[in-house]
Design a protein. Structure first.
Length: 62
């Protein structure tokens, strides 16, 4: 009886599949977070550039 239980337990892959899906979801979340941070920095840089150009263009000639 105990031997049969051990064989069934070792053959059961549902727990392993759930762990794999969890790891995959975590990897996707980390990749998305890194991408968003990088994109956020790029957008901030672009807004700063636009703001600077706009300010310089509106300076009175002198």
């Amino acid at each position: 009886m105990l031997v049969q239980f051990n064989h069934r337990l070792l053959a059961d892959q549902q727990g392993a599949t759930a762990v794999e899906y969890g790891l995959l979801a975590m990897l996707i979340a980390v990749a998305l977070a890194g991408t968003m941070l990088s994109l956020g920095n790029e957008v901030e840089t672009q807004y700063d550039t636009i703001s600077t150009e706009y300010s310089e263009a509106n300076q009175p000639a002198g």
